[in-house]
Design a binder for this molecule. Structure first.
Ligand code: TMP
Length: 212
């Protein structure tokens, strides 16, 4: 219908600790929305396919060392290099399901001890999500799931600090979903809140910028 064709897509972000289940939920949500006939893409940050992304990937797999501030700015640059494409996709009506965004940037870097406001600064002017979903799991439960891939941040003690940082970021506009529920329940809940958000955007909700 006309509404679907002429209106913009929604920017939907999933956040959470490592092993919270974000990545599989993003995939499920993508196929659900595709099945309903929406134009939708699944994105993730870091986007390891770009030059900056390859530097980040090498850092995460401990193949290179970087100053904490420098890697923070690379994560941010990795979002900036995708900003214009992101805006173009949204304005052309495509909904984006994004696995991690600026909130991961702030939560992980500030967990290392970097100043919270300093961490937020390079994100100013990036597109603000229409919906942020926090997949909530305790660091202990996440660690029990095993399969920490051995990347730099995948350690219980550090994830505890990240969880504390996320708590400072969560505001009333976020939707928190219990990540320990059965996968199908999480999926159903995500579908509901996502569709609500897509409808709001179709009705003309304007795109805004960080930090609102
Ligand atoms: P991934 O496992 O979702 O690919 O993310 C890789 C790691 O990078 C994960 O531990 C979270 C971390 N991260 C940051 O530290 N800053 C960021 O801006 C992003 C997007 C991720």
């Amino acid at each position: 219908n006309d509404l679907k064709r002429d209106s913009r897509g929604a920017l939907i972000v999933l956040e959470g600790l490592d092993r919270c289940g974000k990545t599989s939920q993003c995939a499920r949500l993508l196929s659900t929305l595709e099945g309903l006939g929406y134009s939708v893409e699944s994105w993730r940050f870091p986007d390891r396919t770009t030059g900056v992304g390859r530097m980040i990937s090498s850092y995460l797999s401990n193949q290179s060392q970087l100053d904490d501030h420098a890697i923070h700015l690379l994560f941010s640059a990795n979002r900036w290099e995708k900003r214009s494409l992101m805006e173009a996709k949204l304005m052309s009506g495509t909904t984006l399901i994004v696995d991690r965004y600026s909130y991961s940037g702030v939560a992980f870097s500030s967990a290392k001890g970097l100043d919270f406001q300093w961490c937020k600064a390079p994100e100013v002017g990036l597109l603000a999500p229409d919906l942020v979903v926090y997949l909530d799991i305790s660091p202990e439960k996440a660690a029990e799931r095993g399969g920490y891939g051995g990347e730099r941040y995948e350690q219980l003690e550090f994830q505890k600090k990240v969880a504390e940082s996320y708590k400072k970021l969560i505001d009333t506009s976020w939707k928190t979903v219990d990540a320990t529920l059965p996968i199908e329940d999480i999926e159903k809940h995500l579908k509901e809140i996502t569709l609500e958000c897509i409808v709001e955007c179709q009705k003309g909700k304007s795109l805004s910028q960080l930090w609102p």
